[in-house]
Ligand binder design. Structure first.
Ligand code: ADP
Length: 297
């Protein structure tokens, strides 16, 4: 199956913000996590891949297809679940999916009925199919979003910040659904939630300020930090001092005490103990710890 190749993609908005700064990514089949803080450029990148906005420079290819030029071809293969999508609150899931199926060109009514039913089953919404969308919970709305994104049996699926506002059970259900999709398609999951990527993705990239900081597997990212992350429990009032002396990448309360993680080349001493990094340490090392190229490898 084709991979998605993004090469030197740049975009500067009219207000001068450089949202994408020569982004290059190679995205294979499966779940790909695009991780970055708010403002990193994730939505700009997702919308550009989804043919909803133009780039200034660079290219995107899905196999042989030029995404930036052959928009109609891409749209036929694309499932896009935007951060927020308008739902018609007084229409049932079954009805809206039917309408959207017509728009996607599934003209034959018997065929359409089958496709809609299959998707309602797949997303666990079948028993709620007659209910108006306005009565759906956050998780049900997200699953409906997936159902509509899957209408055209897409080979490329883009999901923008999907788990915000879902409770843990809903999130799990949603994870299961997404990971199934990754077996047959390229699924790009854009998120600032490290957990989403940790649970689901075989490949990932960390982006910030429009640039790719890391690209590879979550395991490779974690291995890079081996022997470089240390932990210590400190008093709350000591935090500022520690931040001055060390590269603090995480601070969390644990049973009423403050635990800090630092990034350090070599043993820092002073009561710090070495720990195995997790993906959260990786993410914050890149975003806040300012790992310099060459720090690792
Ligand atoms: P993310 O999805 O990672 O939060 P965005 O792609 O939304 O990042 O935004 C990247 C940067 O571009 C931000 O600084 C944002 O303020 C800016 N930006 C996004 N959309 C526009 C726009 N339509 N006009 C001007 N600036 C924008």
């Amino acid at each position: 199956m084709n991979s998605l190749q993004i090469t030197d993609l740049s975009k500067t908005y009219n207000n001068g913000v450089k949202a994408l700064d020569a982004i290059s990514l190679d995205i294979p089949k499966g779940m790909f996590g695009l991780l970055g803080p708010n403002g990193a450029g994730k939505s700009t990148l997702m919308r550009t891949i989804a043919t909803l906005q133009e780039a200034d420079e660079g290219s995107i290819f899905l196999g042989e297809t030029n995404v930036l030029k052959e928009k109609e071809t891409i749209r036929r293969q694309l499932g896009y679940l935007p951060q927020e999508f308008g739902l018609y609150p007084k229409v049932s899931a079954e009805k809206l999916l039917g309408h959207l199926a017509v728009l996607k060109g599934i003209g034959n009514s018997k065929n359409r009925k089958e496709v809609v039913e299959a998707l309602l089953h797949k997303t666990n919404l079948y028993e709620h199919r007659k209910k108006n969308l306005g009565t759906y919970s956050g998780g049900m709305k997200q699953r409906f979003g997936i159902a509509q994104a899957l209408l055209a049996n897409p080979s490329l699926i883009i999901v923008d910040e999907p788990t915000a506002g879902l409770d843990p059970a809903e999130r799990n259900r949603f994870y299961n659904l997404l990971s199934e999709l990754g077996e047959h398609a390229i699924v790009i999951l854009s998120t600032h939630i490290v957990e989403d990527v940790k649970e689901l993705c075989t490949n990932m990239a960390i982006i910030n300020k429009g640039q790719v900081l890391f690209q590879g597997s979550p395991t490779a990212a974690i291995n890079q930090l081996e022997g470089k992350v240390y932990r210590k429990t400190i008093k709350k009032h000591e935090l500022a001092d520690y931040k001055e002396r060390y590269t603090v990448i995480a601070e969390k309360f644990f049973m009423g005490e403050l635990m800090v993680h630092i990034l350090n080349e070599g043993t820092p001493g002073h009561g710090f103990t070495t720990i195995g990094a997790d993906l959260e340490d990786v993410y914050f090392s890149w975003i806040f710890g300012g790992i310099k190229p060459g720090f690792t490898n």
